[in-house]
Design a protein around this ligand. Structure first.
Ligand code: GUN
Length: 287
């Protein structure tokens, strides 16, 4: 028997429709339209695609999308001045500075210049601290999307063994915090973890977020486990290329209880959660 394939694309479409419904009511009842500002510095092709998709989906949800594109040699002071302007703009409820930033910029200083109430990425140090101490925070979009899929699939997560492979600030660490908040027993594994295979085999919930194509084979997966694959890598496939995750999908499929595909799993949930966070920021700003 094979695993259920978790339909992130369909789930994300439902989340976006729900957000759009709330946005329509905010407009009709209170004459308020949530606004999301996205700042892109430079012309990284992958970032261009993300930013374009964010703009399209923001407008489709009925929100205002403000895009700011700056050349790659923009002085950091100019970016900080733009952030200050967006912080002060009452029509902007969410601010996202697309990462990575050019090497001459201090990404931490830039992120921490964003008003924490408008930090829809949840990367500001205040939001990181609020999440880590179990307080009301802006939660990073990718781990939030993963949690929504896990809750939808498993209901109560309490007492389950969760293994997060990867310790990035964007996914691994906030994912671990969210799972801990759900009363999971959480292990964060990484490149220095000894016997990663054995650690993964203990996971009822396995979240893979390392960015190494198909590094987790099916025999590292506990039978019946729920597998969330955050990785997305482009690999050569004959004379073409294709996208794969951190988990070897074909060998994990017969073992897992449920698994997210790549593409069409976690990816679409990230932008859906960004829209949900923007709506939340707008509602909090307006009492
Ligand atoms: N670059 C890749 N993923 C992300 C993300 O979630 N937020 C931002 N700001 N930049 C990214």
């Amino acid at each position: 028997m094979g695993a259920d394939i978790i339909d992130g694309k369909g789930f994300a479409a439902r989340v976006r429709a729900e957000v759009a419904g709330h946005v329509a009511r905010l407009k009709s009842d209170h004459d308020i339209t949530p606004g999301l500002a996205v700042v892109l510095v430079g012309a990284d092709p992958a970032s261009e695609v993300y930013v374009r998709n964010k703009g399209i989906q923001t407008r489709e949800a009925g929100m205002n999308s403000h895009e700011h594109r700056l050349p790659s040699d923009t002085p950091e002071a100019d970016l900080l001045a733009l952030i200050a302007q967006l912080n002060a703009d009452p029509g902007v409820h969410g601010i996202l500075v697309q990462l990575p930033l050019p090497a001459h910029m201090d990404a931490e200083a830039v992120i921490n210049a964003i008003d924490p109430a408008k930090d829809v990425d949840g990367f500001h140090i205040l939001n990181v601290g609020l999440l880590g101490t179990g307080q009301k925070a802006m939660v990073p979009c990718t781990p939030l999307g993963c949690l929504m899929m896990l809750r939808d699939r498993l209901g109560d997560l309490s007492g389950l063994n969760a293994v997060v492979v990867g310790r990035s600030n964007i996914v691994g660490k906030p994912m671990a915090q969210l799972l801990l908040r759900e009363s999971c027993t959480v292990t964060v594994a990484h490149s220095r973890t000894r016997d990663l295979a054995a650690v993964c085999r203990g996971a009822d919930i396995l979240v893979a977020a390392v960015g190494r194509p198909r590094m987790i084979p099916g025999d590292w997966v506990k039978p019946g486990a729920t597998v969330i694959d955050v990785g997305i890598s482009r690999i050569a496939d004959g004379d073409r290329t294709r996208l794969v995750g951190d988990v070897d999908f074909d060998s994990a499929l017969p073992v897992a209880g449920a698994i997210t595909p790549v593409p069409g799993g976690v990816g679409p949930m990230t932008i859906a959660c960004l829209l949900a966070n923007t709506l939340t920021a707008c509602c909090r700003a307006n009492g």
